[in-house]
Design a protein. Structure first.
Length: 117
């Protein structure tokens, strides 16, 4: 798993490619993730997490009405909500998608991801 800076850069690039902009503090919730606990996650699991997070974030933001100050922007609250949704998705994922050890590492590393299904 990447470190914080790599994750922020990569995710921000993908969000911008999808046509959205970020408020200055939008990616701040990622600072609460302990990426050192995610080093054992396999590539296919990382891909699942990344894609699930992005799909949730972009889908949710597309459905939310804009305010005058965040038109076309993804906010810190949007990212926090997408991380919570990621926690639910991870908890419900099959063992072929995420191993039990990886699910445990996700919960341990991300306070927002501690949602129960």
């Amino acid at each position: 798993m990447r470190d914080l800076n790599q994750a922020q850069t990569s995710l921000a690039d993908m969000i911008r490619q999808a046509g959205w902009q970020l408020t200055p503090d939008a990616m701040k919730p990622l600072q609460k993730i302990d990426f050192t606990k995610l080093v054992t996650i396999y590539d296919h699991e990382e891909h699942f997490l990344e894609q699930t997070f992005l799909q949730s974030l972009i889908g949710m933001r597309g459905a939310r009405a804009s305010t005058p100050t965040d038109h076309g922007m993804i906010t810190k609250a949007d990212v926090e909500t997408a991380l919570r949704m990621l926690g639910v998705a991870a908890a419900r994922a099959s063992d072929a998608t995420l191993s039990k050890q990886s699910r445990s590492a996700i919960v341990d590393s991300c306070g927002f991801c501690r949602s129960k299904p």
